[in-house]
Design a protein around this ligand. Structure first.
Ligand code: BGC
Length: 252
């Protein structure tokens, strides 16, 4: 099936491969998302087989957009976070395309996909200028968009702050692992956001990732300068952004 104005997105993470058909006029999934546990080990061949199984389950026959927790350049994964290190150097686009019978595929970074989706369907959708989306999860993902145009692979979660990776200071997983309360964690996040905004000067920062559901408990505690708003799309952002990328021919 492949309806007009609809596209298929898949979001590959450390624990699940999730996908659905997306209505791009609304940014909504047309059915419950399908999910297959990420194979362990999450080697390229095993994940490609899971992607093919998910697309077959959905009965989708058209092109597919796919996100990964990787820097992706010309279809090739250049880093690998929470996924098998064998991905580094793998031509992910060619691999997925072959697993899907040679159909058209695009592959992009997971946070970049979430940024595309928030930028079109979220609360900052009419904003002209620079928007930054940060996803707080196991690590920190980032997406920079200038008036709707993605600047891919920004990787601001790895900005060095006080001698450490930003994500090692302020990812949501760090809050859990170090037993920080929201006030303590918000201080860390503020430090990261202050550093980023001094370098990039976005007009708005969108906070995504699972912890954005609890935004009322921590966004009001932030002390950085730029307005921070919670993401709207929650756990569908990667799928929707992947579908947007294949529709728009975005191939970082
Ligand atoms: C990776 C990014 C990814 C983010 C969220 C970071 O550790 O470097 O590429 O977007 O985690 O998965």
């Amino acid at each position: 099936m492949s309806a007009r104005g609809h596209a298929f997105g898949i979001d590959i993470g450390g624990s699940g491969v999730k996908g659905a058909e997306v209505d791009l006029t609304t940014g909504l999934l047309t059915h419950d998302r399908l999910k297959i546990a990420t194979p362990q080990p999450s080697t390229p061949a095993a994940v490609a087989a899971a992607v093919a199984e998910l697309v077959a389950q959905a009965g989708w026959t058209g092109p597919v957009g796919i996100t990964m927790p990787c820097v992706v350049l010309d279809g090739i994964a250049r880093t690998a976070a929470n996924i098998d290190q064998d991905w580094i150097g793998t031509d992910a686009r060619a691999l997925f395309s072959a697993a899907l019978g040679g159909r058209e595929v695009t592959v992009l970074n997971d946070a970049d996909a979430a940024g595309l989706a928030e930028d079109r369907y979220g609360n900052a959708r009419d904003l002209v200028g620079l928007t930054l989306l940060l996803t707080f999860g196991t690590g920190i993902g980032s997406a920079l968009l200038y008036s709707g145009v993605l600047v891919p692979n920004s990787e601001l979660g790895h900005l060095e702050i006080d001698g450490a990776d930003a994500e090692d200071l302020a990812a949501a997983s760090v809050k859990d692992n170090e037993g920080l309360d929201y006030a303590q964690w918000a201080q860390r996040v503020s430090r990261v956001l202050s550093r980023i905004e001094d370098l990039f000067w976005p007009k708005v920062i969108i906070a995504g990732g699972g912890i954005s559901r609890d935004h009322a408990q921590w966004i009001p505690l932030l002390t950085n300068r730029t307005p921070v708003i919670p993401a709207v799309l929650k756990n569908t952002a990667g799928i929707v952004g992947a579908a947007m990328a294949i529709e728009a021919g975005i191939a970082p």
